[in-house]
Design a protein around this ligand. Structure first.
Ligand code: IFM
Length: 446
């Protein structure tokens, strides 16, 4: 990788999300979220870990901004906890929740770090789950009302808003496989949830256009699918897997329809949706965020629920501790695809890897050679996409800090910065130091 050949004004960032780092979930008048409820039911999360303390970022955010400066970041992507703002999901606003994010944003700007704000990174007010959550069509308006409160409160200071983070995960993990909140397993709910997520996105964009003057987009997790063999069944299964994970989420936004494979994939559970909804969903946005972790090497397997395609292992590859094949070429491929499909500026809004780091950093160091190699090879992959004509404007490492990895609890570490969960001590890992050097070298060329 050449450290100086990124575009001028490239954003060098790191990302987090509210429930994963903040802790203090009920502080200062916040309401209960679906994830708070889910983690407090034994058996849902590895080791029964919860986000009650997490990285204690709710209280240590000033120190964390100092770390961002040490890392030479010029951007930070974080999410807002809906239930801090509206404890019941709708109705009464909790000013203390707004104040928390307002202080954070002021301090970021003071440190010359651009805030990119995600409005929904999976923590839904539990009161809304009790009203049907994402299955209820009304949620599009609940979300737009919440978004409008945030646009009014922070809009003068936020250059980039993302409506949703990874809608595919919300649906696949939360409503198909039941491993994320709310823990449902329903082929019938899933398509409706996808559609309501998109309608919510659309209503929020519409609300933003009425009052906001800067940029709004969405973040999709995309994963290029490649057939495991030349067997025609594997090739068709690869198309199904691609439709299920990638085109189901890109096409409504950029083409105004779902891929034709969705009927075959969901069978009779796939409903027909009102055509007016697609006008709302496909209205123009300003950028696309792409989260990339791995590729999908795909084999036909009729016994697999929903997409009937199995992800198989590449015996000669390195795998992360979250079982992701390290495959940087996939990032180039998906960025080129996303750029062409959307016609928009694209940001890598998440990319990173979990490997074996120690629970305690000894002597102020954490050597993480696998993560360093992952980082370098994936930044080269971004350069390759740019060389092929993709308009890539920034890269956000996942994650700033080791944090609460949803169903895996604290057992997986993705951070550029190590967190000792017993003491909350932070230690910049070797990968963080390498990233800081790259960001600095690149910025000095801009
Ligand atoms: O931790 C998650 C994040 O919340 C969403 N994208 C993937 C990350 C790693 O699994």
């Amino acid at each position: 990788m050449s450290e100086v050949s990124f575009p001028r004004h490239f954003l060098w960032g790191a990302a987090t999300s509210a429930y994963q780092v903040e802790g203090s979930p009920l502080a200062d008048g916040a309401g209960v979220s679906n994830w708070h409820r889910f983690t407090h039911q034994p058996g849902n999360v590895a080791n029964n870990d919860t986000g009650d303390i997490a990285c204690d970022h709710y209280r240590r955010w000033r120190d964390d901004i100092a770390l961002m400066r040490e890392l030479n970041l010029n951007a930070y992507r974080f999410s807002i906890s809906w239930s801090r703002i509206l404890p019941d999901g709708t109705g009464q606003v909790n000013q203390a929740g707004i104040d928390f994010y307002s202080r954070l944003v002021d301090a970021l700007l003071e440190a010359k770090i651009k805030p990119m704000v995600t409005l929904y990174h999976w923590d839904l007010p539990a009161a809304l789950d009790d009203r049907g959550g994402w299955v209820n069509r009304d949620i599009a308006n609940w979300f737009a009302d919440y978004a409008t409160i945030m646009f009014r409160a922070l809009g003068d200071r936020i250059p980039m808003w993302a409506t949703l983070n990874e809608p595919w995960v919300v649906v696949d993990a939360g409503y198909v496989h039941g491993v994320h909140a709310p823990g449902h397993r329903s082929n019938y709910e899933a398509p409706r949830v996808t559609h309501n997520l998109f309608r919510a996105h659309g209503e929020a964009v519409k609300a933003y256009r009425a009052i906001g003057k800067r940029q709004i987009g969405i973040v999709l997790n995309l994963e290029p699918k490649y057939p495991a063999s030349n067997d025609p069944d594997d090739i068709i299964a690869t198309k199904r897997a691609d439709a299920y994970m990638n085109r189901q989420y890109a096409d409504p936004l950029f083409r105004g329809s779902y891929p034709e494979e969705m009927h075959e994939i969901f069978g009779e559970a796939w409903p027909s949706f009102p055509s007016d909804d697609f006008e709302l969903i496909r209205q123009p946005i300003d950028f696309l965020g792409v989260n990339y972790y791995t590729r999908g090497l795909t084999k036909n397997d009729p016994s697999v629920r929903i997409e009937k395609a199995l992800r198989v292992k590449n015996p000669s590859a390195t795998y992360t501790t979250t079982d992701c094949e390290v495959y940087p070429q996939g990032l180039t491929d998906i960025l080129v695809w996303a750029s062409e499909r959307s016609g928009l500026p694209v940001y890598v809004t998440e990319n990173g890897s979990a490997f074996y780091d120690p629970p305690v950093a000894v002597g102020g160091h954490v050597e993480d050679p696998h993560r360093v190699a992952y980082l370098r090879s994936h930044l080269s992959a971004v350069q390759a996409a740019i060389a092929q004509g993709a308009d890539i404007r920034g890269y956000f490492a996942w994650s700033l800090l080791d944090n609460f990895e949803w169903g895996a609890g604290f057992s997986k570490r993705f951070g550029l910065v190590h967190v000792n969960y017993a003491t909350q001590e932070r230690t910049i890992k070797d990968s963080g130091r390498v990233y800081a050097e790259i960001a600095k070298a690149s910025a000095s060329q801009s």
